[in-house]
Write a protein of this length. Sequence first.
Length: 458
Amino acid sequence: MKQIQIITLLVMGIIISSCGEDYLDPTPVSSIGSNGFYKNEAEVQAAVVNIYDGLQLAVQREFAITEMRSDNTKTRSSEGDWAQFEDLNVKSTNSTVADYWAMFYNVIFRANTVLENLDAAGDSAPKFEGEAKFTRALSYFNLVRLFGDVPLIDKVIGPTDTDYFDRDSTADVYALIISDLQTAIQNLDNTYKGRASKVAAQALLAKVYLTLKNYGDAQDLCEDVIGTSGITLAPTFRDVFYTERNSEILFAIEYVNDIADNSQDFSLEFTQNGRVRGLNYATPELIAAFNNYGGVARTATSLIYDDTSTTPAIPDPLQDYRCGKFVSNSTANQQNGNDWIVLRLADVLLMHVEAILAGGDVTSSSSAIASFKKIRDRAGLPTGSNITKEDLLNERRVELAFENHRFFDLVRLGVAEQVLSDFATANGIVFTTSDLLLPIPDREIGVSFGKLTQNPGY
């Protein structure tokens, strides 16, 4: 949306300079709200729903810039822009990166639109504020972790608001994220799985605090979530992904089968029948991790062998395995209804362990072991008397594989450079520390009046 607004300004400038007519008014209308659309609660609620519609689009290629930039996944064909992710060689012209940036800023624009029209929302204003701030915080959390310093836009802007086009410090971005989530926690209840809730905001803020190494507050929030009535692990690992709105889900972006405007296509792209003939396939390293740490139930749900008629009893790292977590039963080829899980209890239980580790290498805390044991028990695996950072990384890898956590986990736990360097060496590719941030898209730099600068290494 920001890009659209900037382009609008450029077009208007060309028209004005070439025509020079007095009746041309260069003052833009910056939002629908200024035209008087948001007059009552129902109209503001429609704007809230529109935020989630934006998220439906924004997350559909997130796997490329997270899982495929880690040691977890690859493509089957290594075609075009997709190969840049697994080769750790992403270009500033990459269209997937540019679309991700633009779509999340569009979600931010939609959230800001709601926040500027709360006066019309009546008694629902606090809840709508909480939802808008949760989704804005989620958007900025993804952007700041992937790109570093990013433009911080906390209101609906027009093309003349050029002060908002440059990059703000990560500290300022995180300050807004924390403030937004604190408001969301205060304003929301736990009614929804597919819309923002108090427990989802608590879990997301806990992850923010872990990223900032604020372990004490992260632990407190994790314990609040773990102790919330009604939030429990799904009975089986498969239930997490194939029982909709199960007890484990804290927040999911919901889709509907066979309805073009409310479905997703990543379930198809994660197969050999996708348009790119298979994206987000397991690397040999991920398959080996499942053999070592996954357990039968998790492995059988997470990995699907391409040739199901001759599936090996033990996954073979030399063969192709695709994601088994979002297999669709859609009757329309690209209109799948599997929800995208953003936050679930298993993630929080492992974050609880991480908070107790507090940057250390090992813990024997009974509270940490209790949380870790819940995950291991469901997987049918034993739990030892202590937990190392390596244990935690391995457990998060196999529990949350294909769910876009691995890259962020490596960075947050301080092992990204070593793990990705080793992975690159083993696979004949080159890794540098600048690869930990994505490039700012060229097309955004080009329309920023020289305000956006590129990340080092690009």
